[in-house]
Write a protein that binds this ligand. Structure first.
Ligand SMILES: CC(C)(COP(=O)(O)OP(=O)(O)OC[C@H]1O[C@@H](n2cnc3c(N)ncnc32)[C@H](O)[C@@H]1OP(=O)(O)O)[C@@H](O)C(=O)NCCC(=O)NCCS
Length: 183
């Protein structure tokens, strides 16, 4: 199968690519770090295992081996530092359609491993993903709008959204809701 047009994006210090099987161990380690578990407390223990992520990586590889559809697919990409090719996190734009849940909006999600936090990587990845996502939405003839949600107390995530040009919209019981609307 030939790869589609290069769909991946990049930014000044980072590049974004589909997950690979060799990402399993470092990524699952990052998923189990306290700074992520604090905000993903609702995840069942099996979501923090390598077996779970091997399936997730297979799905991610399959998704990116064809033309992705930002209105249907889970368009997550590994964040890799150009300088040393280190896997530092994950960023994605999705309007998830599952058997039990369907998101009302196209949403952004991100995670940077603890060893790499505080260097502006989360902000850089969010900006790159949003620019890519808005362009894709336009391409699909959809409203160029991306929603970001963070727990009220997740100050660094809220700050990432603000620095990526999102505007605060309203509060839900646990979450602050932001949106970024393209031109
Ligand atoms: C949120 C996250 C992606 C930020 O990644 P990062 O690479 O550290 O982000 P940046 O370096 O770009 O910093 C973002 C901003 O948050 C600020 N920040 C960091 N910790 C903070 C805190 N405890 N209180 C207030 N602001 C904080 C930084 O100072 C920076 O703002 P500034 O540039 O105005 O100083 C990362 O902390 C993470 O992955 N957390 C766990 C998973 C998570 O929460 N994901 C989001 C779910 S909604």
């Amino acid at each position: 199968m030939s790869m589609p047009v290069n769909q991946y994006f990049k930014s000044e210090r980072l590049l974004y690519r589909p997950l690979q099987m060799e990402d399993v161990h470092p990524y699952v380690k990052m998923c189990n770090e306290a700074s992520r578990r604090r905000w993903f407390y609702f995840q069942e223990p099996h979501c923090l295992t390598e077996a779970f992520w091997i399936r997730g990586m297979e799905n991610n590889i399959a998704t990116w081996s064809r033309r992705v559809n930002v209105l249907k697919d889970d368009c997550g990409l590994a964040i890799v530092r150009k300088e040393d090719r280190a896997l530092i996190g994950l960023v994605g734009i999705s309007k998830f359609h599952g058997p039990e849940e369907e998101l009302a909006d196209v949403e952004i999600g991100y995670h940077i491993g603890e060893a790499y936090q505080g260097n502006g990587y989360g902000t850089e990845a969010a900006i790159a993903a949003v620019e890519w996502g808005l362009a894709e939405l336009r391409e699909f003839g959809a409203v160029p709008k991306i929603v970001g949600k963070a727990e009220h107390e997740n100050k660094s995530s809220r700050r990432v959204l603000e620095k990526a040009g999102f505007t605060f919209v309203h509060e839900e019981p646990y979450l602050s809701v932001y949106e970024r609307i393209g031109d």
